[in-house]
Design a protein. Structure first.
Length: 384
């Protein structure tokens, strides 16, 4: 079983579905009814239109069915009473073998549960192979908040982990520096720096256009400045929800990227042998753009060498946490929360506010001990 993302040739009712996940079995046919579920869930209902979200849903569902196939399990079967369900076994495997965090596992379990619920409504199964437990969740305070003693009742998967206000995982400054020391490959190091210093998602880093790179020494307007504003266009790179935004890229990093493009990237592009060179900054040794799982694999290797958990998206959380802390600690003229929101491309400031909790958990000694390193990575005080 494998998963591929469709190209521009997948056209349905005159609409191009490039990047739609396709689950392919060993016989070369679509894995059903999982493939039909993905279509109903992602395309037909019109609620989820981002190819990035399509790819995530596809990978998560593929992960479950690949687990079932590898263990010789039939997704339709229901284990005897008292025995672990398929979701229980998948949860324990995800935690024990893959060492995924509870937030990721719970999200995957919810998607699998939606698949089973859909399968029952379509007549593929008669009974759901899982159960729910009653929980209470917090609600917004209202007029009668003073008499409310508990939250609103809701139902959660029994197979899921208890999750009480879990916060995004980020790297401490010590961990950032350790990772940088372990990154011997210049390309991988620059990708790491671009994500941790500018808050890019991994797909944004992989598709970052070479046309955005300039030689700071030739830009008179950058003399004496510490950052250069870069406007990212969804027509030129992959951006979530195709939403354009700007980032402030440190001038010293821009200089490193410039020399990488001139020296190392040019040699890699020539190794490609294609008449039309790639438009992305970062290329493999074969002169090809990095694939969708490349950074995940690279970071898994880093984690083994450094001995702690590290994944690409944690760099985005790290950027947001330390940038917000640095802006609040400096004489920044604007609103730190709004600044970070705009650089991350969040639609709502409520999404960005979660990093306030992370900032408040930072120990003063830890932060002050590495204030020079923070300044070096996040030049907040000099931002326009």
């Amino acid at each position: 079983m494998r998963i591929i993302l469709s190209d521009k040739n997948l056209i349905v009712q005159e609409r191009v579905y490039e990047g739609f996940p396709l689950l392919i079995g060993r016989d070369g046919q679509a894995v059903e009814p999982a493939q039909t579920f993905l279509w109903d869930e992602l395309a037909s209902n019109g609620r989820t239109q981002s190819p990035l979200t399509w790819a995530k849903y596809g990978r998560d569902l593929y992960d479950y069915f690949a687990f079932m196939e590898a263990n010789g399990l039939d997704w339709r079967s229901i284990p005897p009473r008292g025995m672990p369900t398929h979701l229980d076994r998948y949860r324990d495997w995800s935690r024990g073998q893959l060492q995924l965090n509870t937030r990721t596992i719970n999200a995957r379990l919810r998607l699998v549960a939606r698949f089973y619920t859909w399968a029952r409504s379509e007549g593929h199964i008669d009974k759901l192979p899982f159960s729910f437990r009653k929980v209470y969740v917090a609600r917004d305070p209202g007029f009668f908040a003073h008499v409310q003693t508990q939250g609103v009742p809701a139902y959660a998967l029994r197979a899921g982990f208890a999750q009480r206000g879990s916060l995004p995982a980020y790297l401490t400054m010590d961990q950032v520096l350790v990772c940088l020391q372990q990154l011997r490959n210049p390309t991988h190091r620059l990708m790491f720096e671009l994500m941790v210093r500018c808050g890019l998602r991994q797909i944004e880093c992989r598709t970052f256009p070479v046309k955005y790179i300039c030689n700071p020494a030739k830009r008179a307007d950058l003399h004496g400045r510490r950052t250069v504003s870069v406007s990212m266009n969804p027509d030129e790179m992959k951006l979530k929800y195709d939403k354009p935004r700007s980032i402030d890229l440190p001038v010293d990093l821009m200089d490193d990227l410039w020399w990488y493009v001139v020296r190392r990237r040019r040699a890699r592009a020539e190794a490609n042998g294609q008449t039309t060179p790639s438009e992305t900054v970062f290329l493999t040794e074969q002169g090809q753009p990095y694939g969708s799982t490349a950074l995940t694999d690279i970071f898994a290797g880093i984690a083994k060498r450094v001995g702690f958990y590290v994944r690409p998206h944690m760099l985005r959380h790290t950027y947001a946490t330390y940038m917000l802390w640095r802006l609040r600690a400096s004489n920044f003229k604007g609103d730190p929360l709004m600044y970070v929101r705009d650089r991350l491309g969040h639609s709502s400031v409520a999404t960005t506010m979660v990093y306030l909790h992370l900032v408040n958990t930072l120990e003063a000694q830890l932060v002050l001990q590495h204030e020079d390193e923070i300044d070096a990575l996040f030049h907040a005080e000099a931002i326009r």
